[in-house]
Design a protein around this ligand. Structure first.
Ligand SMILES: Cc1cc2nc3c(=O)[nH]c(=O)nc-3n(C[C@H](O)[C@H](O)[C@H](O)COP(=O)(O)O)c2cc1C
Length: 305
């Protein structure tokens, strides 16, 4: 009932691990696969190792977290070794590599070096707390987004390219159309919101070492849903919905708004990796009880009622 085939990937269910949560080592990604995720998106990586920002890099807020991990990564060569370890799970649980950079050359180089070990790439042009020139510095600009996506598309012929967008723009549909025109095979909406700030009420000091960080978790769901809903109207490529999903009702809202695939991040910190099996089971039951035979029948339902 939840089986689907999209971007050449055969999936047992549409629920992917979102970039940045448990996607750092091959053992944590295998554990998430065993827990029932339909697919994995790795933590974002680039060519060079990057320590990210100093601790504290994550703080709780009501309904989520603020993080400023700062795209910490071991670099492409170390990541390649982790990706090789995932070979044994990829027939059942496809792996999408989340990559970032500050130029067309960097994106293409990272993709070239890892393309044999992944089922798709997700281009992170949307991190709200990346260093200047990276992340949302690219994804806030339709022309820059277009040129990065089209270069990676030209360089990598046989691996699908997903583009992950930032909600922190006036009109996300403009960026979404730029990515689609440049050849994106799918979109992921959304990266974290903000940035936002928390201050220690006793000392007056910002809690995160980097002061600001991206907001994630259930509190951003309405913004993520709006982005999926608006974008579904203007593009013809599949959408991964992500932002605050914690149960099957949230998953249904994203599917109705237009997402055919979903990603889960922050809620894993609260519910554990069993969230994938719980949501899959509940979604299957919902479809059966409501007379649907496949999830594709309800993608974009909100646009038809
Ligand atoms: C601790 C943490 C680290 C993250 N790291 C990345 C990352 O490396 N690349 C990326 O594209 N998104 C990253 N994200 C964003 C998530 O993938 C996701 O888009 C966002 O958190 C919204 O989903 P959620 O509410 O289910 O967490 C990170 C989020 C968190 C909370």
């Amino acid at each position: 009932m939840l089986e689907t085939e999209i971007l050449g990937m055969k999936l047992s269910n549409p629920l992917f691990l979102a970039a940045g949560i448990l996607g750092t080592t091959s053992s944590s990604m295998k554990m998430v696969a065993r827990a029932g995720a339909g697919g994995i998106v790795t933590k974002s990586f680039s060519i060079e190792p990057n320590d990210g920002y100093e601790n504290p890099t994550i703080v709780k807020i009501e309904g989520g977290v603020i993080n400023s991990v700062g795209l910490a990564s071991p670099g492409v060569e170390a990541k390649k070794e982790e990706l090789k370890e995932l070979d044994e799970i990829r027939d059942k649980t496809p792996v999408i590599a989340s990559i970032y950079g500050n130029s067309e050359e960097v994106f293409c180089d990272v993709a070239e070096r890892t393309k044999d070990y992944v089922d798709a790439f997700e281009l992170n042009v949307s991190c709200p707390h990346a260093q200047c020139g990276f992340g949302s510095n690219i994804g806030e600009d339709p022309d820059l987004t277009h040129s990065i996506v089209s270069s990676v598309k030209d360089a990598i012929k046989d691996v699908p390219i997903v583009v992950k967008l930032t909600p922190n723009v006036t009109d996300i549909t403009e960026i979404a159309k730029a990515a689609e025109t440049a050849g994106a095979d799918a979109l992921t909406l959304i990266n974290s919101v903000g940035p936002g700030l928390r201050i220690d009420y006793q000392t007056g000091k910002p809690i995160l070492n980097n002061v600001l960080g991206g907001i994630a978790g259930p509190m951003i769901k309405p913004i993520a849903l709006k982005c999926v809903y608006q974008t579904y109207k203007v593009v013809d490529i599949p959408i991964f919905g992500v932002g605050g999903i914690k149960d099957y009702k949230d998953a249904l809202e994203f599917i109705y708004a237009g997402a055919s695939l979903l990603q889960i991040g922050t809620s894993i910190m609260y519910e554990g990796p069993e969230i994938f099996k719980n949501i899959s089971d509940d979604l299957s039951n919902f479809l059966e009880e409501n007379g649907y035979s496949n999830i594709s029948e309800i993608v974009g339902l909100s646009h038809r009622v």
